[in-house]
Ligand binder design. Structure first.
Ligand code: SF4
Length: 420
């Protein structure tokens, strides 16, 4: 077992008083709330979540165990404003820039934009960081995003609020097992999704993101190549069906997108017949089939701006609604259902690991240089190869150019290349 796979996967959906423990702030650590998924009986619920995150392949089974996430305590307004002011000063003092994912706390997203940073998907974040002149990148997202930023900017310091902010796709694809799987099929080209560790990227021939995956697999299929695809089985299925390519799929999934429910989505569509349904391709097949638009967070965001519809049903992490609503204040956004009829929570599509990012954690990282992403140079150089291959493919096939560092100006560059 690797250190990464030994870290217990977090599968918390909402904090619950029975399973919540407050931790006081100390000088070196911000205050946080320790939360676990669901209420009692914990074992049964944990098992239910384990099933969602269990990964199998032809050679056996990999289990991710129970869930744990340190969710930062919500700050009172006056304290939040003070912390934000201190972060602004620290960013200037340290020549640092804040890059945030669409799924993190809206206050962090707003702070990133207010301080000249960016809000985007993982590739946008990494490319923005690469093009920016800052010495330090503060990545508000999950660990593989910090690693991607580091791979593209090895000379820079990359900090994260919490290094244990993980991803079920990354955790469900440990390097030893995945490497053995690849070794067992040496005749296949290895294509991995961006939501993987630096080690898995370094084992791959290609790294792809959710939208460009289809084009790259078509390209490889047309060249007669047989593929290994990992780790997301839903995205792999989607692409396999579209292209007819010979793909062996690693059976990972995203614990957030895996939860969307087709039957309940049909009911919601019936209640809002004019609504456009936007679905991230990490969702189950039955949900993807109901979509009007399937794509990465960036693609879904573009659809809400470009389409005439006034109502959208959104099947991805609900953190994206902040940016959607900001960009289209007169449109209406409905969360796609993640629960069956009897459930009290109709949509709990929040990534527990993304929720581990807090303003105090960011301040703490900047103050102490903690949460630094450290990568072995040789590993990063190898991991850059398949990542660069994707960027070159995108540049060649979509006539894209290098990012300037201005996220608004650069946004067209990343359409259809967006990661989760
Ligand atoms: S929402 Fe994104 S980061 Fe969270 S588990 Fe799913 S793929 Fe990973």
């Amino acid at each position: 077992m690797t250190t990464r796979s030994a870290i217990k996967s977090s599968a918390m959906k909402m904090s619950h008083p029975h399973r919540t423990k407050m931790h006081a702030a100390t000088q070196s650590q911000p205050e946080f709330v320790e939360t676990f998924a669901y209420d009692a009986p914990p074992l049964k619920q944990t098992n239910a979540l384990m099933n969602q995150t269990t990964t199998t392949n032809v050679d056996g089974k990999i289990d991710i165990e129970y869930a744990r996430a340190r969710i930062p305590a919500e700050l009172p307004r006056s304290k939040r404003l003070q912390v934000e002011e201190r972060i602004k000063k620290l960013l200037i003092e340290k020549n640092a820039v804040l890059v945030a994912h669409y799924y993190v706390d809206p206050y962090i997203q707003d702070l990133a934009l207010a301080t000249g940073g960016c809000v985007g998907d993982s590739l946008e974040m990494a490319r923005f960081g690469q093009a920016h002149s800052a010495d330090t990148l503060v990545v508000a997202g999950v660990r593989f995003m910090g690693e991607s930023a580091k791979i593209l900017s090895m000379e820079k310091t990359v900090l994260m609020a919490d290094l244990e902010a993980e991803c079920s796709l990354d955790l469900g694809c440990p390097i030893e097992e995945f490497s053995a799987f690849c070794d067992a099929h040496p005749d296949r080209t290895v294509v991995v999704y961006a939501n993987t560790s630096a080690e898995v990227k370094a084992r791959a021939d290609w790294v792809v993101t959710s939208s460009i995956g289809l084009e790259i697999v078509t390209h490889l299929h047309n060249r007669g190549e047989k593929l290994i695809w990992g780790p997301d089985r839903h995205l792999g299925n989607f692409i396999q069906k579209k292209t007819g390519a010979d793909m062996l799929l690693w059976q990972g999934s995203c614990i957030v997108h895996n939860e969307f429910k087709a039957t309940e989505l049909v009911q919601l569509k019936n209640e809002h017949p004019d609504a456009v349904v936007l679905v991230h391709p990490e969702s189950p097949d039955s949900v993807v089939e109901l979509a009007d638009v399937v794509g990465s967070t960036s693609k879904l965001l573009s659809a809400t701006k470009d389409m005439d519809a006034s109502t959208f049903i959104v099947a991805t992490d609900l953190g994206i609604l902040h940016e959607m609503q900001k960009q289209s204040p007169n449109k209406r956004f409905l969360a796609a259902p993640t629960a069956g009829e009897s459930a009290t929570c109709k949509s709990c599509a929040f990534c527990p690991w993304m929720a581990m990012n807090g303003l105090e954690g960011i301040e703490h990282a900047l103050n102490t240089n903690s949460g630094e992403i450290i990568l072995d140079k040789k590993l990063a150089t190898r991991a850059l190869l398949p990542l660069q291959r994707m960027l070159d493919f995108a540049a060649e096939h979509k006539k894209r150019v290098q990012a300037s560092g201005d996220i608004v100006k650069d946004r067209p560059l990343f359409q259809n290349v967006g990661a989760a």
